[in-house]
Design a protein around this ligand. Structure first.
Ligand SMILES: Cc1cc2nc3c(=O)[nH]c(=O)nc-3n(C[C@H](O)[C@H](O)[C@H](O)COP(=O)(O)O)c2cc1C
Length: 344
């Protein structure tokens, strides 16, 4: 099951294994791709991952999580990102870019947010965004998507999770606005809708959305709260998405689970999957191929990400294939080293 193909809109994936976005804080100060990124992602593509999601890439300079994030806020970012896409494609994987804005969690420059509430004592108080500021960010996501199209990305993921800017508008824990960008029925949708629309006008391929489905606070959002949001965005062609990447936490200080086990977010993904037709990507501390197979067979998710496991072991997919006695995607250059891999 892990190694059966899958389609998101017109995008064909060779298997169900996804490398999720994971910041590496290794760009130069201008947000440009470095040799590290080419080797890092090239190796995971060679290792057999079906879809790679390049980590949080800033659509505005002020929207960076750190001074060493990748950027897509101007055309100078295009050649480096194009090399990255080419190297991943060269090894047979598909590649998505996660478009991101840190908002009040930015560590460089002035933070902005849905409300002038700081994340924690370690962050400055952000500017409460007015409409012109909101329009500026919505346009920046569109410009990022236009560049992603020009570069040749297969897909775009909008980062609506982990307490970054879009999440700061979605969550009632952060968004206390009384205007049309405030929460209605306990959740803020308008800013997200405008961003999806701006991205879709500029990007033809499938669109993913990452959410923090569980905020780990009694006053916060839980998976069920996202079903009306998803149903609303799916009703309109210009705001519908093709993949939901179900993550959790990071919205408020301390908003993480205390005790995490392999698969701890799968029930959240399952709840969302039962309430929508959109394809679901899920994960969290997974590494056992049999457990991953079970999740897919039980239809709790359509695709599975392996985060830190792929940092530890870029050849996890090839090793799992060997374990399941599947003969495909083996790099022919390494044939003399057969059997290539120990069991995992
Ligand atoms: C070093 C590191 C950087 C991360 N950066 C991002 C990011 O840029 N965007 C994002 O949505 N999640 C990010 N995450 C979260 C991962 O995508 C993933 O959800 C998390 O690591 C849990 O999955 P795992 O247990 O398989 O590692 C990051 C995680 C790590 C470990």
């Amino acid at each position: 099951m892990i190694f059966t193909d899958y389609k998101i809109k017109d995008l064909s994936l060779k298997n169900r294994i996804v490398m999720p976005p994971m910041c590496q804080y290794s760009a130069d100060g201008a947000g440009i791709v470095q040799p590290f990124h080419l080797v890092h992602y090239g190796t995971r593509a060679q290792g057999g991952v079906g879809l790679i999601i390049i980590f949080a890439t800033a659509v505005e300079e002020r929207g960076r999580l750190s001074g060493n994030d990748l950027g897509i806020w101007n055309d100078e970012h295009i050649p480096g990102l194009k090399s990255l896409v080419d190297i991943v494609h060269g090894f047979g994987a598909k590649v998505t870019i996660q478009l991101a804005h840190a908002g009040r969690k930015a560590t460089v420059g002035q933070g902005i947010s849905s409300w002038d509430l700081r994340f924690s004592d370690e962050y400055p108080t952000p500017i409460n965004m007015d409409e012109s500021n909101i329009n500026q960010v919505v346009r920046a996501f569109g410009e990022g998507a236009r560049r992603a199209q020009q570069i040749g990305f297969d897909m775009v993921e909008i980062h609506g999770a982990h307490g970054y800017l879009i999440n700061q508008f979605i969550s009632p824990l952060v968004n206390h606005r009384k205007d049309s960008y405030g929460c209605k029925n306990g959740i803020g949708i308008k800013f997200l809708r405008e961003i999806i629309k701006s991205v879709k006008i500029n990007f033809e391929g499938p669109i993913g959305l990452r959410i923090s489905a569980e905020e780990y606070s009694s006053e916060g959002l839980h998976p069920q709260n996202f079903l009306p949001l998803l149903s609303e965005i799916q009703q309109d062609h210009f705001t519908s998405v093709d993949l939901i990447n179900v993550s959790s936490g990071g919205v408020i200080e301390g908003g993480f689970p205390s005790n995490v086990q392999p698969g701890y977010q799968i029930d959240f993904a399952n709840e969302i999957k039962n309430g929508t037709d959109i394809s679901i990507l899920a994960g969290g501390m997974l590494r056992d191929p049999n457990k991953i197979n079970e999740i897919l067979i039980d239809k709790k998710a359509d695709l599975i990400w392996l985060g830190r496991e792929l940092l530890r072991n870029p050849y996890w997919p090839l090793q799992a294939m060997e374990q399941f006695k599947i003969e495909k995607d083996k790099p022919k250059q390494y044939k003399r080293a057969e059997p290539y891999f120990r069991n995992i």
